[in-house]
Design a protein around this ligand. Structure first.
Ligand SMILES: NC(=O)c1ccc[n+]([C@@H]2O[C@H](COP(=O)([O-])OP(=O)(O)OC[C@H]3O[C@@H](n4cnc5c(N)ncnc54)[C@H](OP(=O)(O)O)[C@@H]3O)[C@@H](O)[C@H]2O)c1
Length: 332
């Protein structure tokens, strides 16, 4: 029989979704004390030191991927902290179903923390023990907290799903986002020629500082076609992405921030024999390799700002307004 361990239930500070509003997502964000999450058998409790914000948290407040009857729900997919024995750990956010073997991202019943189980924007979070990855001393808790969602997604898009070898030319749509900055930094470190589009001159300049080899205005004609495009923007950039590719080129898509229904560009897609590849998060093993890559290369996540968890609303507003560059991290 599966028995949850009995712990002394303490209230924890957390940022939760308490209502859903597609037009005003921040209206449903509540920061305050909540009962400590339950700990199912086989799960561990992590004392969270740092937790990072993702666009996923805004989607939740807008009602994507969650139902009203699941609220209140503690938000957050990313955390780094200390396990019950005091070991520094990073939390892998993909929760596979009981008995699942193999690539967790292919489990049709998988979820991310904050979709079914309480998330990481809290003083403590419960996760399956196998979802803990050791944190090397070389990475701070704030840096490590950026890796499990945006950085892992970027890692899988570029190194696992694109099929492109180092030396290839890769276009990243968007310059400033969590996934976009991770793509530029990882690709640059691994020897790809990284091009980006960005909506403002300031964001394009920052992308060049991060290691991008060229930065263009959104929708600009490129000097030559690229081997692959990394897409998270969706509707606003999709046509440009299709037109940017060499014959036989690849779009890897993991998000649709500006909308999910772009012009499909079917004619060009079949005529030029393009490949459209979906990508979602990454496996625990890929997270372990990403952590090692950061430790070995010295690449570190670009952090826009570190805020106390109690001021989470400021971070959410910054993301909703599209003002950030890199990751927003909450110190817990
Ligand atoms: N499938 C997965 O597993 C997975 C994992 C992580 C993220 N995602 C998705 O990927 C997307 C990005 O996530 P994130 O956390 O990186 O978000 P973020 O930090 O808020 O970044 C938003 C990015 O979108 C770009 N952007 C937004 N609206 C745009 C528009 N109308 N036109 C052009 N560019 C636009 C921004 O580019 P500028 O620099 O030009 O402003 C920026 O690079 C989200 O939709 C998220 O849900 C999916």
């Amino acid at each position: 029989m599966t028995v949850a361990r009995v712990r002394e239930a303490r209230p924890v500070l957390a940022a939760s979704a308490t209502s859903i509003d597609a037009d005003d997502p921040l209206a449903g964000l509540t920061v305050g004390e909540v009962p400590e999450p339950d700990v199912p058998a086989g799960w561990a409790v992590v004392d969270v030191k740092a937790a990072a914000l993702n666009h996923h948290d805004l989607w939740t407040l807008k009602g994507t991927g969650i139902r009203e009857d699941q609220l209140p729900m503690i938000l957050g997919c990313d955390a780094a902290g200390l396990d019950e024995d005091g070991n520094p750990v990073i939390v892998h956010s993909v929760i596979a179903s009981d008995g699942w073997v193999g690539d967790e991202t292919l489990d049709p019943r998988r979820s991310l923390l904050s979709e079914v189980h309480p998330g990481t924007l809290a003083q403590r979070v419960a996760v399956p023990r196998r979802n803990l990855v050791p944190k090397p001393d070389a990475l701070s808790f704030e840096e490590a907290a950026c890796l499990p969602t945006a950085w892992l997604t970027a890692y899988r898009m570029l190194f696992v799903r694109s099929g492109c070898a180092p030396g290839s030319t890769i276009l990243v749509q968007g310059a400033s986002g969590g996934v976009a900055t991770a793509l530029v930094q990882l690709g640059s470190a691994a020897g790809y020629r990284m091009w980006v589009t960005g909506r403002t001159e300031a964001k394009r300049a920052r992308a060049l500082e991060l290691g991008a080899d060229a930065a263009f205005e959104s929708g600009a004609r490129l000097p030559e076609r690229v081997d692959a495009v990394m897409e998270t923007v969706g509707q606003a950039t999709w046509s440009h992405s299709v037109k940017a590719l060499v014959p036989g080129g690849t779009i890897v898509v993991s998000g649709a921030t500006s909308g999910p229904s772009p012009s499909a560009e079917l004619t060009r897609t079949f005529f030029l024999q393009l490949r459209v590849i979906g990508s979602t998060m990454g496996t625990r093993d890929e997270l372990e390799r990403l952590v090692r890559l950061c430790a070995v290369t010295g690449v570190r996540p670009t952090i826009d700002s570190v805020l106390p968890l109690a001021e989470a609303a400021r971070g959410f507003a910054r993301m909703a307004d599209g003002e950030l560059f890199g990751k927003i991290v909450f110190a817990v």
